[in-house]
Design a protein around this ligand. Structure first.
Ligand code: AP5
Ligand code: MG
Length: 223
């Protein structure tokens, strides 16, 4: 199964992707995580990307398309993948279609997670993320606090606040989403792939909704 999780910053894409991995045994492919790893390593690409990320802007299409092309060609993506944070522009979506056609596959579902903007700001400004890249679990100081402050429940790693999780950058990220990424809902609706869900409620309830949608047969109308 090839799945795209679409939604604004903080909609819960990463949270749900981590749960879906356990059920479907397919990898999460997050361009945000790959870019943050490059920033941490101090590569040339990472240094350039950080300026865009800190400003709440998108990293140029050619950079992220190159990342995805390499990642989806890896062996573990052959049985399927969960795209989290890619595509984010119509040119990225068009490039993805071409990459997948070249690999002899296509997108099966696009789950579009909708959460109102003020809730997204609250979620992101309170998010804490595990520093251990192999884990990367997300917590929230109010909604999903770790058992021990500052320590990851899953792996014992240290928790940190992402550089772009401050209110000014979050608001810029929201504006970028509305301008560049929201049009993808129309792009994939035309292809009959969009499955919209409300991303508000418990993490488990939202997960169960997604699993139900993915298990349901598609109707002939494409809905
Ligand atoms: P990226 O890392 O993809 O960030 P994002 O899209 O802004 O998404 P987030 O990771 O902030 O949110 P999420 O939906 O994963 O939410 P989460 O599950 O953590 O991208 C970062 C930057 O990299 C971009 O701004 C851009 O510069 C660049 N970039 C990346 N991809 C790119 C691309 N394709 N093209 C160009 N540039 C690119 O949840 C958030 C919080 O809410 C957590 O604290 C969580 O615990 C909590 N939460 C989750 N679900 C619930 C719930 N149901 N109720 C209450 N709280 C909840
Ligand atoms: Mg994320």
């Amino acid at each position: 199964m090839n799945l795209i999780l679409l939604g604004g910053p903080g909609a819960g894409k990463g949270t749900q992707a981590k749960k879906l991995i356990d059920l479907y045994h397919i990898p999460q492919v997050s361009t945000g995580d790959i870019l943050r790893a490059a920033v941490k390593e101090g590569t040339e690409m990472g240094r350039k990307a950080k300026e865009f990320m800190d400003a709440g802007k998108l990293v140029p299409d050619e950079v992220v398309i190159g990342i995805i092309k390499d990642r989806l060609a890896q062996a573990d993506a052959k049985k399927g993948f969960i795209l989290d944070g890619f595509p984010r522009t119509v040119p990225q979506a068009e490039a993805l279609d071409k990459v997948l056609a070249g690999l002899g596959t296509k997108i099966d579902h696009v789950v579009s997670i909708d959460v109102d903007e003020e809730a997204l700001v609250t979620r992101l400004t309170g998010r804490r993320t595990c520093k251990n890249a192999a884990c990367g679990q997300m917590f929230h100081v109010k909604f999903t606090p770790p058992k021990k402050a500052g320590i990851c429940d899953k792996c014992g790693g240290e928790l940190y606040q992402r550089d772009d999780d401050n209110e000014t950058t979050v608001r810029n990220r929201l504006a970028t989403y509305n301008q560049a990424t929201a049009p993808l809902i129309g792009y994939y609706t035309q292809k009959g792939l969009v499955r919209p869900i409300k991303g508000v409620g418990s993490i488990d309830d939202i997960f169960n909704q997604i699993v139900g949608i993915l298990a349901a047969p598609k109707c002939s109308c494409g809905a």
